[in-house]
Write a protein that binds this ligand. Structure first.
Ligand SMILES: [Zn+2]
Length: 74
């Protein structure tokens, strides 16, 4: 009998999201126009709360779904 892993999925935050390094982001990524992970067209409904400050990161729908980025409706 195998026990289920005790890691809780209820913690707030991103799940298994790759680290986003500000120095590797393109201008479009920092501007929220391109997905900060895959450089696809970003969806403005998925702001990525990883970097504070001047960066305005967003994710595409695919990455948002994969990494648990909550959608905003505003
Ligand atoms: Zn993406």
């Amino acid at each position: 009998m195998t026990k289920p892993r005790s890691t809780s999925p209820t913690r707030r935050g991103l799940v298994d999201a790759p680290t986003v390094r500000a120095e590797t982001l393109s201008a479009a990524q920092k501007d929220g126009r391109s997905c900060c992970w895959c450089s696809a067209w970003a969806n403005e409904r998925f702001p990525v709360p990883i970097l504070r400050g001047s960066a305005n990161l967003h994710a595409c729908g695919t990455c948002a779904g994969a990494y648990g980025v909550p959608a905003v409706t505003a």
